[in-house]
Ligand binder design. Structure first.
Ligand SMILES: [Zn+2]
Length: 327
């Protein structure tokens, strides 16, 4: 099997296939979940690469599938223990962000707080698989999780990383890899969230990042050449037989999350247009959104930048993040 994504999209994946070649053995741990182990000397490094947590974000799934295809075909060595995850198979098949509920709001037990649905079951399954995967590693081994996405909107920074709140300082080699993978900006959360990367970092002590690689387009419409640098950086990490892309002259600009805009009710109104780009700056005092009596204003004297503005979310969910640049 060399085109796993096609196999998954056709609905034929039973979730229990396995195989091996000269470089590795692999085993399906569930639908859209493949664990790969290098042959020979046990590798210590543990790596999780996920894509398609949002089913309409196809480019990262295609890139990950290309790399996986080369590994399954025995064309490339495997440098670390690897878990490949296509996050939301049902939504990938439907070409939609999700089927019942946004999967990337349900981790860290968020799935327990909503009525059971496809995504609540999937979040629970993925939490368990990640837990078992990292628990099977050697103590002190490098544990990384890269969750690949594309954004709904255009962006002033095309490629950027969103890092969960972390009580420990970030490892330098992880931040360094993100720079080499083409991240032009890094956004640091200051409070918990229901994302996959928050779960792997805060519950399993991984170095984790939600990596946004460009704009979401349907299967077949992506210019995969736009993603070359990130693909090469992933291959350097996964296969170890190709060089890490050169470190950029200018490191990624760093932002911290200053406030979250939350949709509370049907009265919610976001004062931004559908064409507002991610990282658009708003001056101090700007009225960003209203929800009944609640007003969201730019507090920071130097202004704030918006990330992921989306008024069409369920009540209680994030309708946007406001960022401040860190010096
Ligand atoms: Zn996404």
């Amino acid at each position: 099997m060399t085109d796993y994504l096609q196999h998954l999209l056709s609905g034929q994946s039973g979730g229990e296939a396995e195989g091996e070649n000269a470089f590795l053995r692999w085993r399906e741990r569930g639908e859209g979940i493949i664990e790969l182990t290098p042959a020979g000397d046990a590798a210590d490094d543990m790596l999780v690469v996920s894509a398609g947590i949002h089913g309409n974000e196809t480019a990262p799934a295609e890139i990950l599938n290309q790399i996986l295809g080369g590994l399954l075909a025995g064309e490339r060595p495997l440098a670390s223990r690897l878990l490949v995850i296509f996050g939301n198979p049902a939504a990938l098949r439907a070409g939609t962000r999700f089927t019942a509920y946004d999967l990337n709001r349900l981790f860290s037990s968020g799935w327990k707080t909503i009525a059971p649905c496809y995504e609540s079951r999937r979040a629970s399954q993925l939490e368990l698989v990640l837990q078992q995967f990292f628990a099977s590693g050697t103590a002190g081994a490098r544990c990384w999780h890269l969750d690949l996405h594309t954004a709904i909107r255009g962006s002033l920074y095309q490629k950027f990383g969103v890092l969960p709140v972390n009580s420990e300082p970030w490892q330098e080699n992880f931040i360094d890899w993100l720079n080499c993978a083409g991240a032009e900006a890094l956004v640091f959360h200051r409070s918990p969230g229901g994302t996959f990367s928050h779960f792997s970092c805060n519950s399993l002590s991984a170095q984790s990042c939600t990596l946004e690689l460009g704009k979401a387009l349907p299967f077949g419409k992506n210019q995969l050449s736009d993603f070359e640098q990130t693909r090469d950086a992933l291959m350097a990490l996964i296969c170890g037989d190709c060089p890490l892309p050169a470190r950029p002259v200018k490191p990624a600009v760093r932002f911290r999350v200053a406030q979250q805009i939350t949709r509370l009710s049907d009265e919610f109104c976001l004062h931004m247009s559908d064409s507002t780009l991610n990282f658009t700056q708003f001056p101090a005092g700007t009225l960003l959104a209203e929800d009944g009596e609640q007003q969201y204003l730019v507090d920071n004297a130097g202004g704030e930048r918006v990330l992921f503005p989306n008024p069409r979310v369920a009540a209680g969910l994030r309708a946007g993040l406001m960022l401040v640049e860190e010096n």
